[in-house]
Ligand binder design. Structure first.
Ligand SMILES: Nc1nc2c(c(=O)[nH]1)N[C@H]1C(S)=C(S)[C@@H](COP(=O)(O)O)O[C@H]1N2
Ligand SMILES: [Mo]
Length: 435
């Protein structure tokens, strides 16, 4: 595996050492920390050699998108152009301009591993057991039985890691420093979880389901599992909740859960178990690893940045918040004055639909409505397109802001801080130099 050190990692070690790469050109070291410490946008203009026409609108303390970029490639078998955040275990995100496809290709789908993926997978002996105290009839299915006994369904479903966007929070949260690319929307094929559960019998007292997978704990201890999470029975019984064996019509890539995974679109992707071999129907909220404590939980009520929140005041994340991404153009392009710029991306809103998408090129002072497609099915992201004009040469940012059917808007800069850095659904921003 070839490893190139990304700017992320340099920041993590010593932010002052990181060279700032602007549009492929090495310039004076100017780091994110340096930006905040020194004189901000003014100093940046000098480094850029360009003026910043809307500088007076730029929020104080915000890091310009040109400084936040990092899309150094890293090679993982079967993946193309992902940014590695950790290689033990492998965690890798997709640079936003590589998420431009309507349907995320397998080689561009992010990877979030909590443990070590299984190494040898024998399709003939792989089984999925449905059990648990609220299951009437514990049953084991082979892959063949699952495929033969239940109707097949295909949906395009968006999966976003609950920690996507974590890198922007201050004070910072521990964990993978995801930027914006822990999101993907592939086409998943499998059987409905509800069809399988119904056949095994769901007791009246069932409240939750949870998965167990074949990955092993980082410690090497065979008695520990890295993660076992789940969803309330109501989410489990939705039509779109799948036990899937195919991504985009082909085998799921090993890193993404081959040969079988759960897909609970619109919820933190940690609920979508990979390499699954057991599903339990529970008569209580599931208590497996990464369900309790501070994992995948946020303060039930907003807290000030940096607050230590007791476990009992933390609530489980359910549907993910409204969010969007700019997938074209790539951040940092040069654009000719006088020409309109076509911009596009995707937007999604957990269990809900996106109702509108706006773009701004003056740091959020004015907004233009984009064309927005409906989702191809429930829980799929939605394509948007817009065109922007620029009044004069200089440094600009394009910001995208989505609204959902519940009336929620993305925050322009950052949502409320939380101890583990979840749910950052701030506007995505890209840098444009107009010449
Ligand atoms: N068995 C198992 N399932 C898992 C995980 C894991 O580490 N092991 N990671 C979860 C988390 S936190 C996320 S964000 C998604 C990531 O799915 P992906 O790697 O296919 O992108 O898988 C979830 N399912
Ligand atoms: Mo995650």
């Amino acid at each position: 595996m070839k490893k190139e050190r990304g700017i992320h990692e340099l920041y993590a070690e010593d932010s002052e050492k990181a060279d700032w790469l602007v549009w492929g050109r090495k310039t004076d070291p100017m780091t994110r920390r340096g930006f905040i410490k020194k004189s901000g946008l003014l100093a940046m203009g000098t480094v850029l050699g360009a003026s910043i026409p809307f500088a007076e609108n730029f929020p104080g303390g915000l890091i310009p998108a040109a400084l936040a970029q990092d899309d150094d490639p890293f090679e993982i078998p079967g993946k193309d152009g992902l940014i590695i955040l950790n290689d033990k275990p492998i965690n890798a995100e997709t640079p936003p301009h590589l998420l431009d496809d309507d349907i995320t290709p397998a080689n561009r789908f992010f990877i979030r591993n909590n443990g070590i993926p299984p190494e040898t997978i024998d399709l003939t002996t792989w089984t999925l057991e449905i059990t648990g105290e609220s299951c009437k009839k514990t049953t084991k299915f082979t892959l063949e039985e699952l495929k033969q006994n239940f109707e097949h369904h295909t949906y395009q479903l968006q999966l976003e890691c609950g920690g996507n966007g974590r890198s922007e929070f201050n004070p910072p949260a521990k964990g993978n420093q995801w930027s914006v690319g822990a999101i993907g929307c592939a086409q998943w094929t499998g059987v409905r979880l509800k069809d399988v559960l119904t056949q095994c019998g769901i007791k009246e007292d069932a409240v939750y389901i949870a998965y167990y997978g074949a990955d092993t704990h980082l410690s090497g201890d065979p008695n520990q599992v890295p993660i076992s999470r789940g969803v309330p029975i109501s989410k489990a019984l939705e039509d779109e909740t799948l036990i899937a064996w195919a991504m985009n019509g082909e085998d799921i890539p090993l890193q993404n859960g081959y040969p079988l995974r759960l897909v609970c679109g619109g919820w933190p992707a940690s609920t979508s178990g990979k390499w699954i071999n057991r599903i339990v129907i529970r008569n209580q909220i599931h208590d497996g690893p990464k369900m309790g404590g501070q994992s995948y939980r946020v303060p039930c009520n907003p807290v000030a940045s940096g607050t230590k929140v007791p476990d009992e005041d933390m609530c489980i994340i359910e549907s993910m918040p409204v969010k969007s991404i700019i997938t074209f153009p790539k951040s940092g392009i040069t654009h000719e004055l006088g020409k309109s710029l076509a911009v596009r991306g995707h937007a999604w809103a957990g269990d809900f639909e996106v109702s509108a998408l706006y773009v701004s090129n003056d740091f959020g002072k004015t907004w233009h409505k984009a064309d927005l497609n409906p989702p191809v099915n429930r829980l799929a992201w939605q394509r948007w397109h817009a065109t922007l004009d620029f009044p004069k040469i200089g440094y600009y940012e394009v910001w995208a802001l989505a609204a959902d059917s519940q009336g929620h808007l993305q925050p322009m800069v950052l949502p409320g801080w939380n101890p583990k850095g979840y749910l950052n659904n701030a506007c995505h921003r890209i840098a444009i130099q107009v010449v």
